[in-house]
Design a protein around this ligand. Structure first.
Ligand SMILES: [Zn+2]
Length: 144
């Protein structure tokens, strides 16, 4: 996947999330200087399904909370090959769901979503990719 395509996919998904889970993604698309989310959806399309599954559950919990206690996503990124999902406030129940989703991504290809992926170490960065996507990246100097 090329950078431009990736950016377009992320942008499409960003709009979808914001529309579908308005409470959870209240700060998505808002500039961080104005208290918005840091860097939008910072992961590849292979993890969108995992993010969606997590979002459904979180939005449901948020809806049960009083207005001034409703958290929203603060940062979504990839770190050391796995998903990192941050809420501005959270409780144990939410943290458990987030942990599960983050753990799951260590076995799901960040590019194509195939399972049985593994974390590859590209000396300067780590990525969870399936065999196919890994081979595609091997030897290229392009950041995976
Ligand atoms: Zn793949």
């Amino acid at each position: 996947m090329k950078w431009k395509e990736l950016a377009e996919e992320q942008d499409k998904f960003k709009k979808y999330l914001k529309k579908t889970y308005p409470k959870l993604y209240k700060k998505l698309g808002v500039p961080w200087q104005e208290g918005g989310m840091i860097s939008g959806i910072g992961v590849g399309p292979g993890w969108f399904k995992t993010l969606e599954e997590l979002s459904v559950k979180l939005e449901k919990i948020i809806e049960t909370l009083p207005e001034d206690k409703q958290p929203s996503a603060f940062q979504i990124k990839e770190k050391f090959g796995v998903l990192r999902f941050y809420l501005d406030i959270s409780n144990e129940e939410m943290n458990k769901l987030i942990d599960e989703a983050e753990n799951k991504t260590s076995k799901v290809c960040e590019y194509c979503g195939k399972e049985n992926a593994y974390i590859s170490d590209y000396s300067f960065w780590m990525k969870t990719l399936c065999e196919e996507c890994h081979n595609e990246r091997k030897g290229s100097n392009v950041k995976p």
